[in-house]
Design a protein around this ligand. Structure first.
Ligand code: DGL
Length: 281
């Protein structure tokens, strides 16, 4: 007989347009090793970053519903673009569910800079979103930091292809990063969850371009901490001693997501292909 899962044993649902959210998942697994996790990669619909906001909002609602139907007790929107486009709608639709989003780390960026110039690398969708611009204006007013916004078209696609340090990826990184360094940025915010997955290549491009020390900001660890706080506050953190499980879902090929789990996190969880209805947007 299958006993119903208690709320504490229910899984946490995590989603991104693709493999980018693995940069957040790794911190969640490290900080919350007992939690059962569902990871949804919408790789069949990636990238999110250059699609209109209302399309990403609709799509995020579909993905969230899928995860909630599988028992998710909390959601992590492990995607800056989807957070900007959809988090308000998701919270409105599921008011009792803890929902944690990811936003470019402008506040830690402002705290880290020594010269007041912070480059922000993100998708076009994130940088054009009202939610992001409001955050930028608030932090700029409070700290007098100058934020240099750099949309990185095509970078998430390279990472989806598994090209973490190919020549093409390096050229793209140089194209986006060198102008930020030339403009004086001493801190770079990685405002898309795909980008920490190429941190080694980013560091190489920086050290080839300048002798200056440049700080990189990634909010994955802070997001995992926030999830832990929200589960504690809701009284639904898993208390059983056994290790948590992980299941992967993808709207593209299971082989590709399995390869990403293996190469990026060194793990081999079960991965399921999901066929979403055709999406008009
Ligand atoms: N990983 C996503 C983000 O954090 C977006 C990548 C994309 O699909 O464009 O914004």
């Amino acid at each position: 007989m299958n006993l119903p899962l208690s709320a504490n044993d229910a899984p946490v649902g995590i989603f991104d347009s693709g493999v980018g959210g693995l940069s957040v998942l790794r911190h969640i697994r490290a900080q919350l090793p007992h939690e059962h996790l569902l990871y949804f990669a919408d790789s069949g619909f990636a990238p999110y970053g250059d699609k209109p906001e209302h399309v990403i909002a609709e799509r995020s609602l579909m993905v969230a519903r899928f995860l909630i139907e599988r028992g998710a007790k909390a959601l992590v929107v492990a995607c800056n673009t989807a957070t900007v486009a959809a988090i308000a709608l998701l919270r409105e639709r599921y008011p009792k569910l803890p929902i944690v989003g990811v936003e470019p780390g402008l506040k830690p960026g402002a705290a880290a800079t020594r010269n007041g110039k912070v480059g922000v690398m993100a998708t076009e969708g994130t940088l054009a979103g009202d939610k992001f611009l409001l955050l930028r204006d608030q932090i700029r007013a409070a700290t007098a930091t100058e934020f240099l916004l750099q949309p990185c078209h095509g970078l998430a696609d390279q990472i989806e292809l598994g090209e973490l340090d190919s020549d093409a990826t390096t050229r793209l990184l140089e194209h986006y990063i060198v102008p930020l360094l030339d403009a004086g940025a001493d801190t770079l915010v990685l405002g898309c969850t795909h980008y920490p997955l190429v941190q080694a290549s980013i560091e190489r491009v920086i050290s080839d371009a300048t002798a200056r020390e440049v700080v990189l900001i990634d909010t994955g660890e802070a997001v995992a901490r926030q999830l832990a706080r929200r589960l504690q506050a809701a009284g639904t953190a898993r208390t059983a001693a056994g290790p948590g499980t992980l299941d992967g879902y993808t709207t593209a090929s299971a082989t590709a997501l399995s390869a990403a789990f293996n190469s990026l996190l060194g793990i081999d969880p079960p991965v399921h292909e999901v066929a979403f209805p055709p999406f008009a947007g």
